[in-house]
Design a protein around this ligand. Structure first.
Ligand code: PLP
Length: 301
């Protein structure tokens, strides 16, 4: 791009020594406690939007979603109403909201529940509510709206790569909707972007990405040898989390544990330097650790 005037990077890069290998980590987790990680990047253009532009934001998705919390924080900051639709909330959670849901409700989010049968139709109706003063954001912020903020992240990575004199670079980040990995790959054509599907399988991830456009050639999807269900506790994920923690950086227990676990299964086929983009999500760890405890994964103190 030849830009001589690149604005200040938003996050720093740290070194992480793991299994006798040096990794670099882009610390997007440190941007802000509530609005951090890739959700900060995906919502970046909305963060830059004047508060007067909208009165209300509507979205939908899981009841403990990281995107939900980030949007709630954004709307709180801007003074926008936030209406969020989800499938029925489990009774215990409704009686005693925890984690992301609790924080989002505290930030003023208005929650709407729709039965499983009516959910798809309700989302279609939601989209129709968008107008000049009401913004509709798809589940997980999977939207071309995210591109500008992820391009800023890509610019920071390019700048760091140049300064560090790194010739062959791999950028690693986990996928939910795939929006982050997709736009990183399109913005970083000289870099290999490695990701893994955490919701559904590889075919599902590719289908999600194809909504945004054709698959970039420099994008490589790594698949874990074992099938995992999204958001469920697994002994190997807890072990990975602990190992990373001991190495000096806390990562989230849903996306990152899977990504690192998968990365190590493929590590011998990866050449060059590895930069892991920390995608945030740390607030959800408390509820996940709670679940690990209940499932008896954490008997030793
Ligand atoms: C949302 C999220 C992702 C997935 O991002 P996509 O752009 O939807 O692929 C990965 N990691 C964390 C911690 C997240 O919160």
């Amino acid at each position: 791009m030849g830009d001589l005037l690149i604005s200040q990077p938003i996050s720093k890069v740290d070194r992480l020594l793991l299994r006798e290998k040096t990794f670099f980590v882009k610390r997007d987790d440190l941007i802000d406690t509530l609005l951090s990680g890739n959700k900060f990047r995906k919502l970046y253009s909305l963060i830059q939007t004047p508060a007067e532009q909208y009165k209300r934001l509507i979205s939908y998705g899981g009841t403990q979603s990281n995107a939900m919390l980030s949007i709630a924080a954004l709307c709180h900051q801007k003074g926008w109403l936030f209406d969020y639709t989800s499938k029925p909330v489990p009774e215990q959670l409704k009686n005693r909201p925890t984690g992301n849901l609790n924080k989002s409700l505290e930030l003023g989010m208005r929650q709407h529940e729709v039965s499983h049968e009516d959910y798809e139709a309700a989302i279609v109706t939601l989209k129709l509510e968008a107008d000049d003063s009401t913004l509709f954001v798809p589940q997980g912020g999977a939207d071309p709206l995210a591109q500008a903020g992820i391009e800023k992240l890509a610019d920071e990575i390019k700048e760091w790569q140049q300064e560090s004199g790194i010739k062959q670079l791999n950028v690693v980040t986990p996928s939910g909707t795939g929006t982050t990995a997709y736009y990183l790959a399109t913005a970083l054509s000289d870099v290999t972007v490695l990701t893994t599907p955490s919701v559904g399988d590889e075919a599902y991830l590719i289908a999600q990405m194809n909504i945004l456009g054709p698959l970039p050639e420099n994008l490589r999807i790594l698949v874990n040898s074992k099938k995992h269900h999204f958001g469920k506790p697994y002994a190997e994920f807890l072990a990975m989390y602990n190992e990373l923690n001991n190495a000096g950086i806390e990562f989230d227990l849903i996306y990152a544990s899977l990504m690192w676990h998968t990365l190590f299964q493929h590590i011998d086929s990866i050449e060059g330097t590895i930069l892991y983009v920390h995608s945030g999500g740390l607030i959800g760890n408390a509820t996940m650790l709670e679940r690990y405890k209940h499932k008896g994964f954490m008997t030793r103190k």
